[in-house]
Design a protein around this ligand. Sequence first.
Ligand code: DX5
Ligand code: ZN
Length: 222
Amino acid sequence: MARSSLVVAPSLLACDFSQVGEEVERAVAAGADWLHLDLMDGHFVPNLSFGFPIIASVSKRFPGLLLDTHLMVDNPQDYVERLAEFPVHQITVHWEACTHLHRVLGSIKERGIKAGVAFNPHSPIDGLQHVADLVDCVLVMTVNPGFGGQSFLHSQLPKVRQARAWADAQPHPVRVEVDGGVDDLTAPLCCEAGADTLVAGSYLFKGGGMDDRITRLRQGVE
Ligand code: DX5
Ligand code: ZN
């Protein structure tokens, strides 16, 4: 399949939560393609973020915005039905959290939502072939999930390369997404390895001039 164009997805986790709506506005005005929403349950990862009320409000105020939900939770199948109501563009579940990954991906897909599979830094992606027809996106974690502002793990770049090769071998389009420590220095490395979807939290929300920063991320490939 031909390579998809680059998607930049600011991660709301790094925003100023005292003014969430304005922060989303800022991301949209700066040219964000998707908005990345990190759900945490304090079990799969040792942290909490936000839940359905925030997603509902964002979805209502920004109806055209593509919401990219990243479920860092145990039992992700329990969240699919609620997320489908908003609706969201993509639901990504963790490989490590799914005993019945095939069933979970199927329940996402049957609701007309894109399905992603995320891999922690220690997890190999070899098993993807067994659920291949249900996968729209492979998310390679470039930090240990649960917190923003961590350092990019260069050790994950070979996995990005492997994910790209796997994605290109599928008969349907599959995106390769990276999440964690993505900035103007690491984005070009990710894109060179084959990533076509960049999640960035701290780099985009915590510095000034988000439009300039998104442009700099895009320069990695364009
Ligand atoms: C981390 C989350 C990320 C996080 C990225 O577990 O999945 O989406 O917001 O934050 P930065 O870009 O600051 O590493
Ligand atoms: Zn994330």
